[in-house]
Design a protein around this ligand. Structure first.
Ligand code: ADP
Ligand code: ADP
Length: 228
């Protein structure tokens, strides 16, 4: 369902951020992307939701060929993906419900459909009472739950997360990981870049380690650090 073949990404300034990356992820997998700062994790994540286009190679996700596809097809691709960021990226002037419902409004869902979908995801992330709050009235952990609710409201096949717990304390992190695990249990593929050793070691899943733009380890149920 997700396939990269000999993918390279070179930035305009000449930095080669990814080199010859080949990778397959099946529907329903949970994958941690680990590696030092500057290794290329964010670049890989951005290629997956087509924020970036590869310099070379082939990327296919949910049957979209990301290199060949037309610009006008990008919204269709994005509807099959949910994306969550370290800094939440909620719209500050919209309520929680509006932040979540906005994407559904854009694709022309009716108000009743939106209302029920928003209520449903808010219950799933434990924020049913906060629908009418604004982001700055919520804690960091609550804001990330809203961002996750927004990412899954379309029921995407893949949820992509770039350091989703990077701004959160350990206890809040645990709550976010419980939610992501539940989403994965329901069949959604999860690709998550993280620096958090405790998460990777305590909630084992496939670990893909990137160093200097290349995959140096790909291990089922791996730990954060590699025994040499
Ligand atoms: P990570 O997410 O693992 O910290 P990144 O993917 O952000 O790594 O960065 C990989 C490499 O690409 C680094 O050398 C970084 O400086 C470089 N890089 C990232 N974004 C850009 C950009 N927009 N322009 C030029 N170089 C970039
Ligand atoms: P992250 O590792 O989460 O991407 P960074 O602080 O490395 O966070 O990067 C923040 C932003 O700056 C990203 O959009 C990244 O693409 C960009 N960036 C990173 N390194 C460079 C670079 N060397 N030149 C230009 N932009 C960069």
């Amino acid at each position: 369902m997700l396939k990269l073949l000999n993918v390279e990404k070179q930035y305009d300034n000449g930095v080669s951020a990814l080199k010859n990356v080949t990778l397959t992820v099946e529907q329903g997998e949970f994958v941690y992307l680990v590696g030092q700062s500057g290794a290329g994790k964010s670049t890989l994540i951005k290629l997956l939701y087509r924020e970036l286009i590869p310099t070379k190679g082939f990327i296919q996700i949910n049957n979209f060929d990301l290199r060949q596809m037309k610009e006008r097809q990008v919204p269709q691709l994005r509807r099959t993906l949910g994306v969550v960021f370290q800094d939440f990226k909620l719209l500050p002037k919209m309520t929680v419900a509006e932040n979540i419902g906005y994407a559904l409004q854009v694709i022309g869902k009716s108000d009743t459909e939106i209302e029920s979908a928003v209520q449903q995801v808010l219950e799933e992330v434990g924020l049913a009472e906060q629908a009418t709050h604004f982001p700055d009235e919520l804690s960091g952990g609550q804001q990330q739950r809203v961002a996750i609710a927004r990412a899954i409201v379309n029921r995407p096949k893949v949820l992509i997360a770039d350091e989703p717990t990077g701004n959160l304390d350990p206890q809040t992190t645990e709550g976010i990981m419980e939610i992501l695990q539940r989403i994965n249990d329901s069949g959604t593929t999860i690709i998550m870049a993280t620096h958090n050793q405790q998460i990777v070691d305590e909630l084992p899943h496939r670990v893909i380690e990137i160093a200097d733009g290349q995959i140096v380890r790909d291990e089922q149920g791996g730990q954060y650090t590699h025994e040499v």
